[in-house]
Design a protein around this ligand. Structure first.
Ligand code: ATP
Ligand code: PRP
Ligand code: MG
Length: 299
């Protein structure tokens, strides 16, 4: 373990379990953080960078970051909005994407407005109360909507007679469908983000971690393609692989031939390789990128 003291170490809060935990650990590993977590301990010091991980429930992370108990954290935008804490959002991480949605038993209500004055069960009482208050105001309605807060398993609430409808997270819609519910409205779209305390004391470490995260996320989205092409087909091939800034073009020993490499979006990779072959490129290879730095998106 490193000998750096608490003040020299940046405290990073990470969801302690569930789907966000796995994705966060993969991201931190991709950023080169080496740390060992002793069994059942919710703290782990990184050996190769002055960062200490603190494992906390995802919903508690906004408060801990906002109040400065930890310097930075990774959690969902949904719980940040629910806690209405004032933190700096540094980076969208592209996972934990879902919607916070108003859901009611199938076929019973035409819209969320039909639920004004009813009883709504949710783990997001603040956002739900605010949503129905604004909805009622926009419709000129005066009834108060009752919000019942529960800690989980929200979807079963209607079946159990706890409420008329629910507000909960929807990703694929499978849970909602299985519970006999349908989506009436979306309160917010959320994903996992890196956040920092407003007066975080470790700007250099935080900036380095943010750049590593951006590099890892960029690398996951792109592949590197390299190929050889004759001068006659060079312009057409470059048009297919313009790269993020520009392709790398070098002369081959063989007269009139060029070696070209460029970053290509993974989602377009197969199509790009087909089109390169069709326009006369040969020796077309694709490589995974482990990480990257300094790309326009990462500035
Ligand atoms: N189905 C989902 N798809 C994508 N993101 C989700 C989903 N469910 C939850 N999230 C995101 O993960 C955050 C944490 O959710 P939650 O506290 O339920 O933990 P979990 O990872 O689902 O673990 P568990 O359900 O085992 O407690 C949510 O605030 C939300 O941002
Ligand atoms: O639209 P879907 O893909 O079905 O995902 C939505 C479900 O995922 C989350 O539950 P989770 O599995 O985390 O269980 P929990 O309710 O106990 O947190 C969320 O609370 C929904 O129930
Ligand atoms: Mg969950």
């Amino acid at each position: 373990m490193s000998s750096t003291s608490r003040d020299e170490r940046c405290l990073l809060a990470v969801p302690k379990k569930g789907r966000l935990h796995e994705r966060c650990m993969k991201l931190l590993q991709g950023c080169g953080l080496e740390c060992e977590r002793a069994e059942r301990l919710d703290i782990a010091h990184c050996d190769n960078i002055p960062i200490t991980l603190v494992f906390l429930p995802a919903a508690d992370i906004p408060k801990f970051v906002g109040e400065g108990n930890v310097d930075i954290g990774i959690t969902g935008q949904d719980v940040i909005r629910e806690e209405s804490v004032d933190v700096t959002q540094l980076l969208e991480l592209g996972f934990g994407k879902c919607q916070l949605a108003v859901q009611a038993p199938k076929g019973q209500y035409a819209s969320a407005a039909d639920l004004i004055g009813k009883k709504i069960v949710t783990s997001f009482p603040n956002l739900t109360a605010q949503f129905f208050k604004e909805l009622a105001a926009s419709k000129g309605r005066t009834e108060d909507t009752t919000v019942v807060a529960v800690g989980g398993s929200v979807e079963v609430s209607c079946t159990m007679g706890l409420g008329d409808a629910v507000v909960d997270l929807v990703e694929t819609g499978a849970t909602m469908d299985a519970a006999g519910l349908e989506k009436l409205d979306v309160i917010l779209r959320t994903q996992c983000v890196l956040i920092a305390n407003k007066s975080c004391g470790h700007p250099a470490i935080v900036d380095r971690l943010k750049k590593r995260m951006q590099g890892f996320l960029d690398a996951q989205q792109y592949s590197m393609v390299s190929y050889n092409v004759h001068a006659a087909n060079k312009a057409a091939a470059i048009a297919i692989t313009p790269g993020r800034r520009s392709p790398n073009v070098t002369n081959l020993e063989e007269e009139g031939w060029f070696a070209i490499s460029a970053m290509v979006k993974k989602s377009e990779l197969m199509d790009v390789m087909d089109r390169l072959a069709d326009c006369g490129a040969i020796d077309i290879l694709a490589f995974d990128i482990r990480s990257c730095r300094g790309s326009a998106q990462s500035q």
